[in-house]
Design a binder for this molecule. Structure first.
Ligand code: GDP
Ligand code: MG
Length: 164
């Protein structure tokens, strides 16, 4: 059973994934969900949200002071389209999520990754994913209340997760 959400690399984890407003505008929500869903991960929270400036600034607080910070916050909060905020759960999902997403600069992202397949600009790279266990915990707590994250089990869990 997948009960423990441990901070063990390679263990059952949760990560925060968000379709950014450009991904929403470009009709890529379904495609992005599909990548995680068909890989074998479990969607445990999802909502459409226009983040407040405070939320966006907290989310990206590590980047405060970078030349693109203000533009980044404006892009995330404009309301021209919502952010699709999600929590995905599964084996090694934090690291694997980053691999599915690809490099920050889409021009460096491998074909086959989400950014490698669907975008060309670092300022419009369509998706966010937590980069560590610590950032995943922080980001899930920022974007979701506890009751918004749903515990459920795959009916076919053995077919997805068995190692033998
Ligand atoms: P990520 O974890 O791969 O999303 O990358 P970072 O945490 O380094 O940066 C967060 C986000 O800031 C990126 O996804 C981009 O949207 C944006 N960003 C990062 N570097 C640049 C840059 O050089 N120029 C611009 N315009 N945006 C950037
Ligand atoms: Mg990051």
């Amino acid at each position: 059973a997948q009960k423990s959400i441990a901070g063990v690399p390679g263990g059952i984890e949760r990560t925060f994934i968000a379709v950014k407003p450009d991904g929403t505008q470009r009709f890529l929500i379904g495609e992005i969900i599909k990548r995680f869903e068909t890989k074998g991960y479990k969607l445990v929270a999802i909502k459409a949200i226009v983040p407040s400036r405070t939320l966006a600034e907290k989310h990206y607080e590590d980047l405060k002071g970078r030349p693109f910070f203000n533009g980044l916050v404006k892009y995330m909060t404009s309301g021209a389209a919502p952010v699709i905020a999600m929590v995905w759960e599964g084996k090694d999902v934090i690291r694997q999520g980053r691999r599915l997403i690809g490099a920050t600069n889409p021009l460096e992202a491998q074909p086959g990754t989400i950014r490698g397949d669907f975008c060309i600009s670092v300022g419009r790279n369509i998706i966010h994913g937590s980069d560590s266990f610590e950032s995943a915990e922080k980001e899930i707590g920022l974007w979701f209340g506890k009751s918004e994250v749903i515990e459920w089990e795959f009916g076919n869990a053995e077919w997805v997760t068995a190692d033998n």
